[in-house]
Design a protein around this ligand. Sequence first.
Ligand code: FAD
Length: 444
Amino acid sequence: MNSYTSDAEPPVAYHPGSAEYDEHCAGFQLRERHQPAHVVVARSAGDVVAAVQHAAKSRMPIAVQATGHGLANPLRGEGVLVSTRRMDSVDVDPGAGTAWVGAGARWRDVIEAAAPYDLAPLSGSLPGVGAVSYTLGGGIGLMARRYGFAADHVTRLEVVTADGSLLTVSERDEPDLFWALRGGGGSFGIVTALEMALMPVARLVGGGLMFDLGQTPEVVSAWLRWTATVPSHMTSAMTTLEISHRHFAHVQIAYLGSAQEAEELVAPLRALKPVHDGLQEVPYRRSDTVFSEPDQPHAYVGDNVLLPAIDEERLRDAIAVSAPGRSVPSIVSVRHLGGALSTAPRVPNAVSHREAKYLLCVVGVVAPTSTSDAASARAVQDELLAGWSGTAVGSSPNFTFGRADQRSAAEPFDAASRGRLLQLAHRYDPAGLLRPSFVIAGNG
Ligand SMILES: Cc1cc2nc3c(=O)[nH]c(=O)nc-3n(C[C@H](O)[C@H](O)[C@H](O)COP(=O)(O)OP(=O)(O)OC[C@H]3O[C@@H](n4cnc5c(N)ncnc54)[C@H](O)[C@@H]3O)c2cc1C
């Protein structure tokens, strides 16, 4: 254990060779890991301020990590990694229906804190994901069509900018940053905590219908037709995946309403006779059963496009990349958007492309140490998504996994928003010290 040499209050820093350094550099994404010169394990906003001030004084690059699910731009042998893992407190104000969420809190922490008050956050498919970074990237969750992007429901943030200033950011204070941080990602500072509205949701009808991959053509066709008819209380996705060497098409459903209504709505999909039917009414704290995603760290690369419509035949062709026997196993997932996601929030924010109706995402699961695996998976994704570039309206920052080249198949922001985000990134980090995983094109 060492500390910085400085006249200001030095935060404790860990260096290569220590157990703490290894623990805090490790994360969910195993393809790469941060290898900074210093790791600061922050326990408070004051620790983050001190770490950033020390790094800024020496003009060292600064990165931040909560869980490592979104790692894409690791520090290599230089700079300071601020680990927020210990800043995982969640304070719920049941009267106001809000939660003050620490930078290191995972969705499961927020879900657990909100549940006793019959409230729920706008969390996503995997409760192990960090709530703050997910929200900074927009956040498309299980109740997205009913309530919109997670970023639309942020009311206040506390952020440490690249010069070490601690700012309160809200509609009134620092309105430019309030716009940028809600959807524009981590290019403007380290958010130490944020306040989000919770939804009056205690239960949902959620789970998956699993079909044999051979049924995919009819499942694709039925699911797409079905999405054109369902109310905004229904949010769903369709994913092709492999479990124990068997391939399935998995329809993931989250419905905010009664079991009886869900039964009637889902009848056309059940008529295709799923091999497994896991749909049931559950408390929101069991919302992980909607996607049933594996919670073990692994290595992956992925990208996405946002689409105004999906041609059924082309989607069937796209899904063929996840068929058994391919040299690079890929997971293809389509999320149904629209509903409240199409409506801009009262206070505008940086989330772009609200007109999209579907998100098409391809993820390749690769061997942790193999760069050739990752390159092959990338090649498959680039080719597949390039085929959609003519119709894509953009991409989602949150579904760009491990892109070391920082390029997505489509632009995450509309031109005006991108220009404004770049200006603000230069204003709040003029020396380009921050090293976010999601980089706005043209910044650095
Ligand atoms: C299995 C899986 C499921 C997912 N499901 C969804 C989903 O349903 N919906 C959705 O919208 N997204 C989803 N995502 C994407 C996820 O929201 C992003 O990858 C997000 O960045 C992860 O945040 P994290 O804190 O967990 O990861 P980290 O790797 O810890 O953080 C990712 C990056 O965010 C930045 N960052 C982290 N903390 C801060 C901070 N306090 N201040 C400023 N910047 C910060 C840093 O640049 C960091 O590298 C999923 C990802 C995975 C791997």
